[in-house]
Design a binder for this molecule. Structure first.
Ligand code: FA5
Length: 348
């Protein structure tokens, strides 16, 4: 019995010393969990001691029972204190790490972001027109029937509405704009004449997708309203713009009559297809790619914007931004521009 007494007493002491030493060296949650299993787990050191109690006589149990209960209470308390302290320390470390995190640090070999080619083209368009004295204008993508059609001289029964199959909302009269020409109306209504502005943005049309068409694409729209503006001014502006944009590269341009209800007369400008000599899927075997529409602003549009067509007139033009990017950078499918293929995007 005496041997057993010494044995349990010694075991309690050893347990305490060992626990103290190991708790002091713990510095992570993983280490603390290992310690918990070793000392307080189902077959851990504390359970071993408790099991040893079962072997004792009733008399010895009375002596060692309270000592073991005290050991259990105190050791678990020590463990919990360590756990709380460790949690606080780790939290402090985490905060310190975040404070010291250098967002500007360069990691070699890291994939670098770059400007999307369409953003690049948008900036090039804006730069050219800013240099000609135009201001930048913007307008909403969610539009009303009035700004997308009526104000642009396209009345309810006009066939032009069929040609631009529209994404309509459940709310009557609301739609996704089919063209950025809506912006000229917003601008002229707000600022009157004279005005010269360039705008860019997304437009949406319910149409099938192919190498040169998508159902969502980007357009630019420019307009200049002042006094005595002529087709000559429009053609000179378009020539300057296209020469600057294509950096005077050998791109052939052709001008032909075109119909848009909001201009009179109207024209369309095409560029020779840079992808083929005898016709391909991008130019639909015509050798020409339609670049933009333009013309002198229709008097009805000016009137609708409270501008007197007897005093002021002007021109407007608008085209596809993807088309410009495709021709300038030799991209033969518009869908590349709307995808997220990193290898493709990295080239620009
Ligand atoms: C218009 O949208 C007129 N607002 C342009 C305009 C402005 C005319 C001002 C007169 C005065 P159109 O529907 O033709 O016109 O489209 C203009 C250009 O957008 C086209 O020349 C072409 O470059 C581009 N485009 C048209 N449909 C698509 C499409 N589905 N995907 C990509 N680009 C397109």
């Amino acid at each position: 019995m005496i041997n057993k007494d010494k044995n349990i007493n010694q075991k309690i002491k050893d347990f305490n010393i060992e626990l103290e030493q190991q708790l002091a060296s713990v510095s992570s949650n993983e280490q603390l969990e290992k310690l918990r299993i070793t000392f307080f787990g189902r077959s851990g050191k504390l359970t071993e001691l408790m099991d040893a109690m079962k072997e004792l006589s009733l008399e010895d149990k009375k002596i060692f029972g309270p000592a073991l209960n005290q050991l259990k209470k105190e050791s678990e308390q020590n463990y919990n204190n360590k756990k709380n302290n460790l949690e606080q320390e780790l939290r402090k470390l985490e905060v310190l790490k975040k404070q010291q995190f250098d967002v500007t640090a360069y990691k070699p070999g890291q994939l670098e972001g770059s400007q999307h080619v369409l953003t690049k083209v948008i900036e090039q368009i804006q730069d050219i027109f800013i240099s000609m004295g135009y201001k930048i204008a913007d307008g909403p993508e969610l539009e009303t029937e009035f700004y997308n059609f009526e104000a642009l001289n396209i009345p309810k029964d006009h066939p032009a509405r069929d040609s631009q199959d529209t994404f309509w909302f459940d709310v009557p009269g609301l739609l996704l704009r089919t063209q950025t020409s809506t912006i000229q109306v917003h601008q002229m209504k707000t600022y009157g004449a004279p005005i010269a502005a360039i705008s860019t943005g997304r437009v949406y049309r319910q149409e099938a997708t192919d190498a040169s068409h998508d159902f969502a694409f980007s357009q630019y729209e420019g307009f200049f309203v002042d006094k005595n503006i002529s087709m000559g001014n429009l053609l000179a502006t378009m020539k300057t713009f296209l020469q600057e944009f294509f950096e005077k590269k050998d791109i052939e341009i052709r001008v032909r009559p075109g119909f848009f209800p909001f201009v009179e007369p109207g024209i369309e400008i095409d560029a020779s297809c840079p992808f083929c000599k005898n016709g391909c899927s991008v130019c639909k075997k015509t050798r020409w790619i339609e670049l933009l529409g333009a013309g002198l602003v229709h008097p009805n549009v000016l009137k609708c914007c409270n501008i007197d067509p007897e005093k002021h007139n002007g021109f407007a033009f608008g085209g596809g931004i993807e088309r410009l990017a495709m021709i300038k950078y030799g991209i033969n499918d518009i869908r590349f521009l709307h995808g997220a293929n990193i290898d493709f995007l990295k080239q620009f």
